[in-house]
Design a protein around this ligand. Structure first.
Ligand code: GTP
Ligand code: MG
Length: 279
């Protein structure tokens, strides 16, 4: 079973819990490629009754027709969501408006009580590597946080002032102690939320290949191979092609698996949504 909930995540969760009181709302990032798998059940529990704006991040890497189904589902559950691409800054300038809308009633009540308006404080939450720190940089239009293409980059909380009406709290990515099923683990592994060192790479690559054969058969055209082969033989074939061998001349399936995962994550196989709404 794939699982990753080290001590630093338990601590990060506790530190988020401690800040909820002083925040007005949370921006919860979901990975648009896996909106269900990247939905951390701990988060709503921690956030309690503060409003949540769900941001479907990395929309540019997901299959838009599937993304739309997931967004409709969120809407059906009365959850406000927005699709974003923090690299190209798509929809980033709509976030403040959505946040204001979610806080409208609360702010009207505060005003009626004679409380002075103060900056909106938003905590940025989500699984590792989903794009929290990148989103903050996009919102402030400056590089103020450390980002990187692997999970576990942000180690500590950090407040960032956007302007006089907005303050953001960057937080380390958090997963949860036990995934409901193996599929969740695979989808989080493929999309890069779990550190590669602890993954059964070959197994994850086999899962990914089988999935692509079923759902995105054209994706495998990227490789010059017979796409009718079964996943294990696709790996063997690619190993021979790329001359990825072990010392004993057998195909280094782990190295091939790593290459396949990199190609998927870098978008070389196209826009792919791993969580299927209908399944
Ligand atoms: N294509 C694409 N890449 C993105 C987007 N947002 C973030 N990224 C990339 O995703 C990687 C992770 O981004 P971070 O902002 O460091 O992620 P994080 O959620 O802060 O990760 P942790 O701090 O490890 O929890 C980086 O390589 C970003 O460039 C997006 O909307 N589209
Ligand atoms: Mg970060």
């Amino acid at each position: 079973m794939i699982q990753w909930f080290p001590g630093h995540m338990a601590k990060a969760k506790k530190e988020i819990q401690e800040k909820v009181k002083i925040c007005d709302l949370a921006f919860v990032l979901l990975d648009a490629r896996a909106p269900k798998s990247s939905y951390n059940p701990l988060i709503e529990e921690v956030v309690g009754n503060k409003p949540i704006l769900y941001l479907l991040a990395k929309m540019d890497k997901a299959d838009l027709s599937e993304t739309k189904k997931w967004q409709a589902t969120l809407e059906g559950e009365n959850r406000t969501s927005l699709l974003i691409n923090s690299v190209r800054k798509t929809n980033i300038n709509r976030i403040a408006k959505y946040a204001n809308e979610l806080l409208k009633e609360k702010r009207a009540k505060d005003a009626a009580k004679g409380l002075k308006p103060r900056p909106i404080r938003a905590m940025i939450l989500g699984i590792p590597n989903v794009g929290k720190s990148t989103l903050i940089n996009a919102l402030v239009n400056k590089k103020v946080t450390t980002t990187g293409d692997r999970p576990g980059i942000t180690k500590a909380q950090q407040w960032i002032k956007v302007n006089n009406d907005f303050e953001l709290l960057d937080t380390p990515g958090v997963l949860w102690p036990k995934f409901d099923d193996q599929t969740t683990g695979y989808h989080l592994a493929i999309t890069g939320a779990i550190k590669d060192d602890i993954l059964p790479i070959e197994d994850v690559a086999l899962y990914a290949l089988q999935f692509l054969k079923e759902h995105y058969s054209n994706a495998l055209d990227y490789y010059q191979i017979d796409t009718n082969l079964d996943p294990i033989n696709i790996i063997n074939e690619l190993g021979h092609q790329k001359k990825m061998y072990r010392a004993n001349q057998s195909v280094d399936r782990e190295q091939v698996g790593r290459m396949i995962l990199q190609d998927i994550r870098n978008g070389r196989l196209g826009k792919i949504t791993w969580d299927r709404y209908d399944e």
